[in-house]
Design a protein around this ligand. Structure first.
Ligand code: NAD
Ligand code: 3DD
Length: 482
């Protein structure tokens, strides 16, 4: 492990002298080359660098990132750096880091980065607190969050400082236990740290659906400690990244993990939202027969009218060869479901958290035995006498078993992230959840048209008048301030 520390930080105190902690700094050269190859594929990020690089609207802003440490995120980090930010970064999933991307960021010093593929949960929460804490002990002005774990850290820290008895409770959820153990440590050393950190935060921009659900829950309960921008619901994020990104990266993950032939197999996709639609299309594109499960009548109707059979999971257990959860819900696939599945059925999740598949059933059942085939590919022998193959320990399979979405679609998501960060840095906001204006969404889309050779049609004045819309002059992509 090449970093300027010498042991893996189980429940270790912060070491604020560390400038980074990555798996292997020697991978930096490969990371630089991969990042250079992403430039042409990320026209939105290149445009915001060109537009705002001189002005530096993020100058003086300390930004904490908790977002999968991939090559695409490295490009986001470099963009935020070019706009003047001072960055500290952790990943938001223990398996999603691309070590050469983290090495490149550490090598360049674009951010103080604490991330490596295969972190333990203790490592994960240590990295997150390292990303939230500057060498002088202060916290960030802004957060870029994906799933809300950095936002959760600050909120839970304030709760503990308001009611230290929370530290005396027993927590069965391993993630929460690790977080509370760390908060015990920080409370013992500085019982007002998280109040100070929360007070200074101008806002958070949240990347994903599940993270946004968490924000609206906090807002509804009047617990939101700082303003938030919901990046996920920019059309040029969720109708692109969640849909077309998963359409490519789901199959990538499954195939890198198992080399399975998809054609002719039965793929069961749980959830037909933006991600589920992409997953279903992906499996259909490879010639699989796709079954959908859904709770929502509108999404179920969409699936049926796309030609998919919509069934209950129970009806699909005997025929499914591959199961994918894409719901953002909890315990969608239970132990009882697994026990009914075909021998060596493949089970994976592409939702943000690892709670869609009931992994505790497997890890806590003495009759269930794990045989690791290779990292993130485990064959579990079940009570039924059959086995199933679990990918990435139930964590998101496209980033755990592959490299996530390609750069082009992440450029669209991350251009929204940068615009959200500029908005939070330069405009006053209330403690509520905002979305970006439609005009910006349209501009993000326009920035990506040339790369695909798109030629837009321009309305004549008569047509514009008929439609009651302004006459668009010859358009040149030019982002305006939020
Ligand atoms: P969404 O809300 O658009 O879709 C989820 C769908 O699942 C909804 O239609 C809902 O009705 C359905 N659903 C909920 N509970 C269900 C259940 N128990 N059984 C069957 N269907 C159920 O959300 P989304 O944008 O599609 O995101 C889904 C998840 O994927 C979220 O956790 C999100 O954060 C995550 N995500 C992952 C990636 C990735 O790259 N891995 C990318 C984007 C989003
Ligand atoms: N996500 C998928 N692929 C990614 C990549 N290559 N880099 C960073 C993040 C990536 C997850 C996103 O889709 C995130 O927006 C989400 O989970 O919604």
């Amino acid at each position: 492990m090449s970093y300027n520390g010498n042991t893996s930080p189980a429940l270790q105190p912060l070491d604020l002298s560390l400038k980074y902690k990555v798996a292997d700094l020697s991978l930096a050269e490969l990371g630089h080359k991969d990042m250079q190859l992403s430039e042409r594929e990320m026209p939105g990020l290149m445009a915001v660098r060109k537009k705002y690089g001189a002005e530096k609207p993020l100058k003086g802003m300390k930004i904490t990132g908790s977002l999968h440490m991939t090559i695409q995120t490295a490009m986001l980090i470099d963009t935020l750096k070019e706009l003047g930010a001072d960055l500290r970064w952790a990943t938001c999933n223990i398996f999603s880091t691309q070590d050469h991307a983290a090495a490149a960021i550490a090598d360049k010093g674009s951010a103080a980065v604490f991330a490596w593929k295969g972190e333990t949960l203790e490592d994960f929460w240590w990295c997150t607190e390292m990303a939230l804490t500057w060498p002088d002990g202060s916290g960030p002005d802004l957060i870029v969050d994906d799933g809300g774990d950095a936002t959760l850290y600050v909120h839970q820290g304030v709760k503990v400082e308001n009611d230290p008895s929370l530290l005396d409770k027993t927590y069965t959820n391993l993630d929460l236990k690790c977080l509370m153990d760390r908060l015990q440590l920080s409370y013992s050393r500085d019982p007002k740290k998280w109040h100070r950190v929360a007070k200074n935060i101008r806002g958070v921009s949240e990347e994903t659906t599940t993270g946004v659900h968490r924000l609206y829950h906090l807002e509804k309960n009047n617990e939101l400690l700082f303003p938030a921008i919901n990046v996920n619901d920019s059309v040029t994020k969720s109708k692109f990244d969640n849909l077309y990104g998963c359409r490519e990266s789901l199959a990538d993950g499954i195939k890198r993990a198992t080399d399975i032939m998809l054609s002719g197999k039965v793929a069961v996709v749980c959830g037909y939202g933006d991600v589920g639609k992409g997953c279903a299309a992906s499996m259909k594109g490879f010639g699989a027969r796709v079954l959908i499960t859904e709770i929502d009548p509108i999404c179920a109707l969409q699936a049926a009218m796309e030609g998919y059979q919509v069934v209950t999971l129970e009806e699909a257990l005997k025929t499914g060869d591959i199961f994918v959860t894409a719901t953002g819900c909890v315990k969608v696939i239970t132990g009882a479901h697994m026990e009914e599945m075909k021998d060596e059925a493949i089970v994976c999740n592409i939702g943000h958290f690892d709670n869609e598949i009931d992994m505790a059933y497997l890890t806590n059942s003495p009759d269930c035995k794990k045989l690791t085939i290779k990292p993130q590919v485990d064959k579990w022998a079940l009570k039924s006498g059959r086995s199933i193959v679990i990918l990435a320990e139930g964590r998101l399979v496209n980033l755990g078993c592959a490299t996530g979405h390609p750069s082009f679609v992440m450029s669209s998501s991350f251009t929204n992230q940068v615009l959200a960060q500029i908005a939070l840095a330069t405009e006053p906001h209330e403690k509520q959840v905002y979305t970006l204006p439609k005009k910006l969404d349209e501009e993000v889309a326009r920035l990506h048209l040339d790369r695909l050779g798109v030629k837009l049609t321009t309305l004549t004045p008569e047509q514009a008048d008929y439609l009651g819309v302004p006459v668009e002059g010859p358009f040149k992509p030019d982002l305006y301030r939020y």
